[in-house]
Design a protein around this ligand. Sequence first.
Ligand SMILES: C[S@@+](CC[C@H](N)C(=O)[O-])C[C@H]1O[C@@H](n2cnc3c(N)ncnc32)[C@H](O)[C@@H]1O
Length: 331
Amino acid sequence: MQAPPSPRNRSLRLSAEDRARLSPALEAALELGSGSGAIALPGPGPAAPGAEAGPGSGLVIAGDCLAVLPRLAPASVDLLVADPPYNLDKAFGSRSGSRMSDEDYEEYTASWLEACLPLLKPGASVYACCDWRGGAAMQRALGRRLVLRNRITWEREKGRAAARNWKGAHEDIWFATVSGEYRFDAAAVRLRRRVRAPYRDGAGGPKDWGDGPDGKLRDTAASNLWTDLVVPFWSMPENTSHPTQKPEKLLAKLLLASSRPGDLVLDPFLGSGTTAVVAKKLGRRFVGIEADPEHCLAALRRLELAEADRRIQGYEEGLFWERNSGPRRSR
Ligand SMILES: C[S@@+](CC[C@H](N)C(=O)[O-])C[C@H]1O[C@@H](n2cnc3c(N)ncnc32)[C@H](O)[C@@H]1O
């Protein structure tokens, strides 16, 4: 018999009641995903982050994004966040796949990207996640169609051990835009970190840092190397059984830097719903497409929970905090 989960395990688990309550929403998501007509996009979102998101603020669609994307309105999306299956031998719930050649992975990347491009506004930004192996194919596919701006590398705290290779401990996110006119709010994604070398100015006061109840801290511009993320695990309430779930904090950085409240965010590979949940918490509209109904259910449940709890672990008081830190009162 399986041991009962530890009381400290805060992972999302769907009860029979949750499943029954969410079943109409899942039916609606499946119906949207299997239809053939145009899909009406969610209406204007709330005016400010944290404001109550109306029922029109987001759509979860259960289906194949390649079939669904052509049914969305052209030039409607402000931000595309794509976290497609990496080119691995891997199972995603009921779906599984084996590693393709680099050429085939590039072709696969081009197929969903081509379906997304007509949906993007001229000022839209695009983020696409990958590992080191798929990075080159992703770079080529994006670079041929968009303006490449940067590659973010983020440290996966718990790399996968390897007997005859370096442990993989990072992933990448390519950043691209449709044009030269795009939004980037650097001030919204500053990182608060502990000061290791507390230099002083001529008058003996702190230079570029502050000394308060939380210690000596400095707010720094976000770079393209992120070491402050924690991959969701069992003691985090955002954790689900999805095998490749992204941290909410990661999505919060992308959305805050590259969208405004009320903007429309598209995620064609929604998984457990992280993009939708963060969009909701930050007052953005969203459309998320996910092929696996079980992952859609997790997304729907997380969206339900986000109605009452808008917190994003690691993002407090309008700032991102270095890993495992935060204001004293919340620790
Ligand atoms: C890397 S995961 C995304 C994880 C997600 N970012 C999260 O935080 O949970 C990729 C997801 O894409 C889904 N998927 C794969 N092919 C798809 C397709 N053609 N259309 C829609 N979803 C698809 C998989 O079921 C999987 O959940």
